[in-house]
Design a protein around this ligand. Structure first.
Ligand code: OXD
Length: 306
């Protein structure tokens, strides 16, 4: 079985490789599996056209919205299930703490050499705060586990029935009481602009929206209006569009912290991705169910032996 993967030292993290697995670093007609490491991210339709016997695409990202349109019919696409849980969950906690303790505003004061203690008047800590996580998968559970020691009360919400998560129909009841709303939704046709004007109108005045999912799941115009009106605050790792143009009004909106889609970017992420890819290849070769299947439960999704 030929697997296309860039020839980089990190690929030894995939070991042990199953018998019969051959790693190749150039596209070839008999490649069966491709590991979508960053080196292969440009021109996916062009890459897949060179792989007529492709059966499995293993993504290195959690979100697969940019890959899905290029996936040839019948080919299984798996996301990097679990690979980004730690890094993204840490970014979410960091963003929440920074916004709750007004760190971006203190940094502004620091740049002006201003000692202004009253900025801290009335800031809350996380103890007893209510956090609603929308899009409650493995990253959401990692967020909940990290917020628990702070004494925050976390409620998970998911569009599809999931252990430990309430349905999105509960949102009109949950939002008015939530101090913090964390958006981890993937981008699909059903989640586009999921967080719209009506959603923001239901959020508690002064509450915080944290987005580490995908930018287009938020109606950016509606968010801008809610921020400008001082209704809510936001910490955004993702925006719509990306990169956010220099003249976009979101940069200058009040009470917003923006980072350039780096929540998952930590030194260890690729190592984790290759290790996960190794596990998937072992499953595939043994005919075991794959993790993070995004394109339906086809025989190939249940491994090579089927
Ligand atoms: C991902 C991301 O989807 O980092 O993995 O956005």
């Amino acid at each position: 079985m030929k697997i296309l993967v860039p020839d980089v030292p990190l690929r030894r993290e995939m070991e042990p490789l199953a018998d019969g697995v051959e790693l190749v670093s150039e596209p070839a007609p008999d490649v069966e599996v491709v590991l979508l490491a960053p080196e292969l991210w440009h021109d996916l339709p062009g890459l897949f056209r060179q792989l007529p016997r492709l059966r499995l695409i293993q993504s290195f990202s959690a979100g697969v919205d940019s890959i899905l349109p290029a996936v040839p019919p019948g080919v299984v696409l798996c996301n990097a299930h679990g690979v980004h849980d730690i890094s993204v969950a840490e970014w979410v906690v960091a963003a929440i703490l920074a916004m709750q303790r007004r760190l971006p505003e203190f940094v502004d004061l620091q740049h002006r050499a201003e000692w202004k203690r009253d900025l801290a008047d009335g800031v809350g800590d996380l103890e007893g705060q209510s956090v609603v996580v929308v899009g409650y998968g493995s990253i959401g559970r990692a967020v909940a586990a990290r917020l628990a020691p702070f004494g925050a009360r976390v409620v998970g919400v998911a569009r599809h029935p999931r252990e430990g998560a309430q349905s999105t129909v509960a949102l009109p009841r949950l939002l008015p009481d939530a101090d913090i709303v964390v958006n981890l939704l993937p981008l699909t046709s059903q989640t586009e602009k999921f967080m719209d004007r009506a959603f923001f109108a239901q959020m508690k005045p002064g509450s915080l929206l944290v987005n580490a999912g995908r930018g287009p799941t938020v109606d950016i115009e509606a968010l801008l209006d809610a921020l400008t009106a001082g209704r809510i605050r936001a910490a955004l790792d993702v925006t719509d569009p990306e990169p956010l143009p220099a003249d976009h009004p979101l940069w200058r909106a009040p009470n917003v912290l923006i980072t350039p889609h780096i929540a998952g970017t930590v030194a260890k992420w690729e190592e984790r991705a290759y290790r996960f890819a190794g596990e998937q290849i072992r499953r595939y070769a043994a005919g075991q169910p794959l993790l993070g299947v995004q394109t339906g439960n086809t025989p190939a999704a249940r491994g090579l032996a089927n």
